[in-house]
Design a protein around this ligand. Structure first.
Ligand SMILES: [Zn+2]
Ligand SMILES: [Zn+2]
Length: 278
């Protein structure tokens, strides 16, 4: 069924972090000012909550104070009511041990949007060298996708999968020359995409990949596969952790999506997708 589409040109950044995330010091008001200055239609804050992301001292680095977060952003949103669209979302770290807690998260449905992301595989972040001690490039990337496959089959409480090929941002240096497309286990990625589509969920195009490497997350290979399988729900996000990156390369993301055959993108409000033309 063809979704209802708004024809006005729109640009949303729906993946961005502020000082409510452990890894950002950005003031939400500064980020809003930046978003307005560059002409975004709207923005969605998606600060981190990761139940299983442990620091070396075993503290939960990305545990969000949910009530404080919602209350603060609701107040900020009120200050801009009628003049700029501000949405309140979350980037939820998906892991199998936390599946139950994730599915019971935000029972009062206060959030507009939940991005489900994999930052931890077998308790380790592929960002750190420890993960790669037990893996070469191929087995590490496959293990990462196996984990995502398990998560999409076990966890329901999210709207889009974040930066689907995140792991390729953090391949150890000795593998940097390997082709991303060759490293991607497309059979497994297809099964993940089919499950997301079947469940009415989507993916995002995350532009941080262009800042940290040479392709968006996910890459064109995966975006085209998602399109081929009938995927329609796709959001756009910068993954900014500072003002400078708010709205970064969202227009380029629109061009890439168009080249991949997509006609529209979407923004989630109260956990429902609204589509707009690219
Ligand atoms: Zn992330
Ligand atoms: Zn993020």
């Amino acid at each position: 069924m063809k979704p209802m589409i708004d024809n006005l040109p729109k640009f949303y950044d729906t993946h961005l972090h502020s000082c409510f995330s452990f890894d950002s010091e950005a003031d939400p008001e500064d980020e809003i000012r930046k978003a307005k200055a560059i002409g975004l239609t709207g923005m969605c804050f998606t600060d981190h909550n990761d139940f299983d992301y442990k620091q070396p001292d075993d503290s939960a680095a990305f545990a969000l104070d949910f009530d404080k977060y919602i209350n603060a952003l609701t107040d900020i949103r009120k200050n801009h009511a009628g003049d700029f669209e501000i949405l309140i979302g979350l980037e939820q770290g998906l892991t199998m041990p936390a599946a139950g807690r994730i599915d019971n998260y935000d029972p009062e449905k206060k959030l507009d949007f939940i991005i489900g992301s994999t930052h931890v595989v077998d308790s380790l972040d592929p960002y750190y060298p420890e993960f790669w001690e037990d893996h070469d490039a191929y087995s590490g990337v496959r293990r990462y996708y196996e984990n995502i496959y398990d998560c999409v089959n076990a966890i329901k409480n999210f709207d889009v999968y974040g930066h689907l090929d995140y792991i390729t941002r953090y391949l150890p240096k000795q593998y940097k020359d390997l082709s991303h497309d060759e490293l991607t286990p497309l059979d497994l990625v297809c099964e993940i995409l089919k499950k997301l589509i079947y469940d009415g969920k989507g993916i995002e195009i995350n532009t941080a990949g262009w800042r940290k490497g040479n392709h968006s997350n996910p890459s064109v290979l995966i975006l085209r596969e998602y399109k081929r399988l009938g995927g329609e729900i796709i959001t756009t996000g910068s993954d900014a952790h500072c003002c400078a990156h708010i709205g970064d390369q969202i227009k380029k993301a629109h061009s890439v999506l168009s080249e991949c055959g997509f006609k529209y993108a979407c923004v989630f409000k109260k956990r429902k997708p609204e589509f707009y033309n690219l």
